[in-house]
Design a protein around this ligand. Structure first.
Ligand SMILES: C[S@@+](CC[C@H](N)C(=O)[O-])C[C@H]1O[C@@H](n2cnc3c(N)ncnc32)[C@H](O)[C@@H]1O
Length: 287
């Protein structure tokens, strides 16, 4: 387990994932009943961008969140996300217009959580879990679980609240990780058929999506919407030219609402003239 998200925090993939995650949480909150937010691979919550260039690496956030800070006329979900990042920097004492810290998925969820919504964050890497515990201090309904995120659907579903949003955002280091994701989702949906699952995945030459998509398509576990953002036609080497989010049981009209938002976001994050957004129903909704 070598993956450290710190090098990637705030890159185009985080922007894409976190704009959509906030919209999914807001959609869950259209109903007054509380829900469980389960983040199976949660990370450390707070990323110090001043350290993103350590080890001589090029920081990735300037081509992600960095591009949005000065942009005007952003669609509301993107503008709200940028404001959430600014708000987090203010709360961390970074100064009004400084971007020093990037909030990971647990922090963005904690910002939005209502008093009765519960957050369960799984993180196996001890340092990351320690940092995340510090972020959760004072949040009565948030807990860090130092367990394998792939076992979390079995351990935590169905939730007492009877409603759940599950984010699966693994590092995709292991060769069979797509297959593990598919198995975890199948187990989760057996236990909570109405739960919303959001699976992030990279578009690279290395991590083929077939082991994830084939079982989802064949087993027709739940209506499944796939949204992909490509920021460049071909990424060099093992680079990531884009990424996607597969959403099982997506909220009503999520695709209609997000199409224009992502159409505006894609050119802002483009690395070449080939930036593109794709929406596809892998398993269509029942008519
Ligand atoms: C892509 S990062 C998570 C980023 C986070 N979801 C966000 O959006 O801010 C993946 C995280 O999963 C952790 N991890 C790796 N394998 C794991 C496993 N089997 N169970 C739980 N966490 C794991 C890594 O330490 C890393 O912090």
């Amino acid at each position: 387990m070598n993956y450290r998200h710190s090098f990637h925090a705030g890159n185009f993939a985080d922007v894409f994932k976190h704009v959509l995650l906030r919209e999914l949480i807001c959609a869950m909150q259209r109903k007054p009943k509380p829900f469980l937010f389960l983040d199976t691979h949660a990370g450390r919550g707070r990323y110090d961008l001043s350290r993103a260039a350590e080890g001589g690496r090029s920081p990735e956030w300037p081509d992600g969140i960095g591009r949005l800070l000065a942009a005007s006329g952003l669609p509301a979900p993107v503008a709200d996300y940028v404001e959430a990042v600014r708000e987090y920097n203010r709360a961390c004492g970074a100064g009004a217009d400084t971007l020093r810290y990037y909030p990971g998925s647990p922090v963005l969820a904690l910002q939005l959580a209502r008093p009765a919504d519960r957050c369960a964050f799984c993180e196996l890497q001890p340092e990351e879990a320690d940092a995340l515990e510090r972020e959760c201090a004072g949040h009565r309904k948030a807990r860090v679980h130092r367990i394998d995120g792939y076992g979390a659907p079995r351990a935590m579903l169905p939730p007492l609240e009877k409603r759940a949003l599950v984010l699966i955002d693994p590092p995709f280091e292991a060769a069979d990780e797509m297959r593990q994701v598919a198995a975890a989702v199948e187990e989760g949906l057996r236990r909570s058929p109405a739960a919303v699952f959001a699976i992030w995945y990279p578009l690279t030459g290395r991590a083929a999506t077939a082991p994830l998509f084939l079982p989802l398509r064949e087993r027709r576990l739940a209506p499944t919407l796939v949204i992909e953002l490509r920021v460049q036609a071909e990424a060099a080497g093992a680079g990531m030219g884009g990424c996607g989010l597969a959403i099982l049981n997506p909220p009503w009209q999520f695709d209609t609402a997000l199409r224009p938002v992502l159409a505006q976001l894609a050119p802002l994050l483009a690395l070449d003239g080939e930036a593109d957004v794709r929406f596809e129903w892998l398993v269509p909704e029942a008519p």
